[in-house]
Design a protein around this ligand. Structure first.
Ligand code: 5GP
Length: 135
């Protein structure tokens, strides 16, 4: 995997505002927040995309995400928030080291805006079976 700014942050070669760390996970404030409290949670394990992450690293992140989110909410006074996780440039990934965004939604409207163009599910039976068969 190519070097990223997050690799440098993990090695302490770039500064960041750390809010949480353990043997597997680091959380720090986003340098360009879209709302107050916008926090990034990353695995220490090098992986570009979520589907490449080991189950151990994914479990370690899953264990602490609710706790970090509670702290962000308590510190900012927000009650609503989004969890965003981008994979691939067309899906808005800019930094190619797995990361989860915790993004508070504030009363002033700041936070994540989502364009959600839904359609009607067409081939649910077939598609669900195809996906299940790949697990
Ligand atoms: P992505 O679009 O890849 O899901 O989001 C990458 C995020 O990383 C962006 O929100 C961006 O502001 C943040 N970011 C990029 N470089 C740095 C950095 O050097 N330090 C911090 N704290 N955040 C960064």
């Amino acid at each position: 995997m190519a070097e990223t700014v997050f690799s440098k942050i993990l090695r302490d070669e770039l500064p960041c505002h750390r809010v949480y760390e353990d043997a597997h996970v680091l959380a720090f404030l986003d340098i360009n927040p879209i709302s107050r409290g916008h926090t990034l949670v990353i695995p220490r394990e090098p992986a570009e995309r979520l589907e490449e992450l080991s189950e151990e690293a994914a479990a370690a992140i899953g264990r602490v995400l609710p706790r970090i989110a509670r702290a962000v909410l308590a510190a900012t006074g927000a009650t609503d928030w989004n969890l965003l996780q981008n994979n691939g440039r067309p899906a808005h990934q800019d930094v190619f080291h797995v990361h989860f965004h915790i993004i508070p939604k504030h009363a002033d409207g700041s936070g994540l805006g989502v364009g959600w163009k839904s359609s009607k599910l067409q081939d649910g039976d077939t598609l669900a079976k195809e996906i299940a068969a790949k697990l």
